[in-house]
Design a protein around this ligand. Structure first.
Ligand code: 13P
Ligand code: SF4
Length: 300
């Protein structure tokens, strides 16, 4: 309680907004002004009038906020909160890969570093990957870095040739087809909703493939009373809170993103009182990384 009061006071003092990803722990989600998926959080970050954005998510999300709002102070409560998927491709390997397919358009999943975005044509998230790819004139697309989202998008947009970079999310890789089959047997009436970062064998067993924000919207709209959820377990808190009459079961309770979970209420207090750790993208990279993000936001 004391921590929550301190956070409220510091938020007022700093004119700060707290943005939290759907995978944050329940305590962190509860102190946030806004909880959402990558796309929703980028839009919020671009629109807010606050002076300070305290980003409870992983580094690429805070970087995106800083790229879109360079005049604001963007803080991360724990500077070590990275994304292993985003770190699977760097600028050098992307440039080498692009050389192999010179006539392609590069689509960068928002789960990439600012330096990788700066070398890409347009960004996407799991909420809009099919829309982004469909909007392109070029029939050949390099999709970086998540091979599973690339595979799912290729199925949805068959008139494009999508060449996937071989990256993957280690957290979503923990969710296996066997897990989904076991849970379906236990809860035969449940709908299976999974994230697009899951492997094709898990996706094949699902009823819906969605972003985390898409899962929240879908769970509210669906007539189903039970759901098997194939993504990071933090989202279960929000799903239960928003749908008191419905039950949500993680497909695999060990699908935990340890980077997301580095953020705690104590670290939020320290971050707002000491104004650390600030995320700043060097101006030259920022200028080039902004373009693919804005192109994505324009088509939403
Ligand atoms: P969303 O954009 O669906 O929230 O996904 C972000 C992410 O990191 C998934 O692992
Ligand atoms: Fe990155 Fe996977 Fe964690 Fe999402 S769940 S932030 S993709 S490591």
């Amino acid at each position: 309680m004391e921590l929550i009061q301190k956070i409220e006071e510091l938020k007022r003092k700093r004119n700060a907004i707290i943005l939290a990803h759907n995978y944050q722990s329940c305590e962190v989600q509860e102190v946030a002004d806004y909880v959402g998926d990558s796309l929703e959080l980028s839009i919020k970050a671009a629109q807010t009038k606050a002076d300070v954005i305290l980003f409870c998510g992983v580094r690429f999300m805070a970087e995106t906020a800083s790229i879109l709002s360079p005049e604001k102070i963007v803080l991360m409560p724990d500077k070590n909160s990275g994304c292993p998927l985003a770190d699977m491709v760097d600028k050098k390997s992307l440039k080498n890969w692009q050389k192999k397919y010179p006539d392609s358009t590069t689509v960068a999943y928002v789960n990439t570093t600012a330096a990788v975005k700066a070398e890409s044509d347009i960004c996407c998230t799991s909420a809009n990957a099919d829309k982004v790819v469909s909007s392109l004139d070029n029939p050949q697309v390099l999709f970086v870095p998540d091979k599973h989202l690339a595979h799912w998008t290729a199925e949805r947009v068959p008139h494009k040739k999508i060449i996937p970079y071989p990256g993957y999310c280690p957290v979503h890789m923990k969710i296996l087809a066997e897990d989904v089959l076991r849970m379906k047997k236990k809860y035969p009436g449940a709908e299976v909703i999974v994230h697009a970062e899951c492997s094709p064998s898990v996706i094949a067993l699902s009823d819906r493939v969605l972003s985390t924000g898409g899962m929240c919207k879908y769970a509210m709209a669906s007539k189903a009373k039970e759901f098997i959820v194939g993504t990071e377990v933090g989202i279960i808190h929000r799903l239960k809170k928003e749908n008191p009459g419905k039950d949500f079961y993680p497909a695999n309770e060990f699908a935990v993103c340890s980077d997301m979970k580095l953020i705690t209420l104590e670290k939020i207090v320290t971050s707002l009182s000491e104004m650390k750790d600030e995320v700043k993208v060097p101006e030259k990279i920022r200028e080039n990384a902004r373009k693919p993000i804005e192109r994505m936001l324009e088509i939403n």
